[in-house]
Design a protein around this ligand. Structure first.
Ligand code: SF4
Ligand code: MG
Length: 321
């Protein structure tokens, strides 16, 4: 299981030393084995930062990220060292994430070779298998990235991640750059792999309609905090947090010919200088005096749902773990 705790503001230490990014506050999530957790929010909400902390690219500064109880990264001399190959990340841009000068077979086999996970002939055989597993031809090992479409490159990126035998995949906007029909194909590949391999995943996306098809639970993030955390069926049945409601209202209704589109009013504030109290209050139609003064905590409301909003502050009185 993947446990993610980031208390206070994140001071992130990436490969290039210390960067201060006020990106996440009081995030406390756990992902069960075999579960796919969606992380949804507008750009700048901290979801990519969360993905990078989860995959050990950044270290959590106050708190911890653990896989089965073991830390995924540690900070040493101002740099972050990733401690496990069991968490693998898949990035948004399939054009930038593959080395154009390497054959895809070399790219897929690079991680296992560098980490001495297997001998060269085994790695080559496995690379061909992986290409077939993501719906491509084994013979593509000798081709270069420019010979593939965006959707095919994203399949190659998935194969490269799987080559490390990960227990957790972190997908950050993994289909966002693809056409809608190609998105569906890549999501189907992911769903099949999930079923066959029992993958655990964090699925990060701004797109509620994409998340619906692949996630068991969904965390909605706003300005570095989780504002609603719910089983996907519960959330899609009825969003509760005013921000989640606004996100749903801003999704064009598909298939009606006429799109309903109500963009959320107001700008997203800077995470460096968040509004007092509930950070959503300047944009919230239901904000009252308490909202400007007091930060709402994430609390259990009904079965399968936690919400951080003063209007829903706990029918059960149980504070979310
Ligand atoms: Fe709106 Fe207040 Fe709830 Fe924040 S706490 S979402 S401002 S009602
Ligand atoms: Mg992002």
């Amino acid at each position: 299981d993947l446990g993610l705790i980031q208390r206070g503001l994140a001071r992130l230490t990436g490969g290039r030393g210390v960067e201060t990014v006020h990106a996440l506050t009081d995030v406390n999530l756990s992902v069960q084995r075999g579960e796919v957790l969606g992380i949804v929010g507008e750009s700048g909400c901290g979801k990519s930062t969360l993905g990078r902390i989860a995959s050990g690219i950044y270290a959590a500064t106050e708190g911890s990220v653990t896989l089965d109880g073991q830390p995924v990264a540690q900070e040493r001399g101002g740099r972050t060292q990733k401690l496990t190959t069991k968490v693998q990340m898949i990035h948004q841009d399939p054009f930038a994430s593959l080395n154009p000068r390497m054959k895809v077979g070399e790219t897929i086999g690079e991680g296992p070779r560098l980490n001495h996970l297997a001998k060269a002939p085994e790695v080559r055989a496995r690379t061909r298998e992986l290409l077939e597993q993501v719906g491509l031809e084994a013979t593509y090992v000798d081709r270069y990235p420019h010979q593939f479409s965006g959707g095919q490159r994203q399949r190659i990126a998935i194969a490269r991640a799987l080559a490390m035998n990960p227990e957790v995949l972190v997908l950050d906007e993994a289909v966002a750059s693809l056409d809608v029909s190609i998105q569906a194909q890549v999501l189907n590949v992911f769903t099949d792999l999930r079923r066959d391999l029992g993958l655990t995943a964090l699925f990060i996306s701004h797109d509620l309609s994409v998340v619906r098809h692949v996630c068991d639970r969904v965390a909605i993030m706003y300005l570095g905090r989780v504002v609603e955390l719910a089983d996907a069926s519960v959330l899609y049945d009825k969003p509760l947090h005013p921000y989640t409601e606004a996100l749903f209202a801003s999704v064009p209704t598909l298939g009606t010919g006429r799109a309903r589109f109500n963009p959320i009013k107001g700008e997203i504030p800077s995470p460096l200088n968040p509004p007092s109290g509930c950070a959503f209050h300047p944009r919230c139609p239901l904000a009252g005096p308490r909202c400007r003064a007091e930060v709402p905590r994430l609390r259990g409301t009904t079965v399968g749902r936690d919400v951080a909003c003063h209007l829903h502050d706990g029918g059960t009185g149980v504070e979310a773990a």
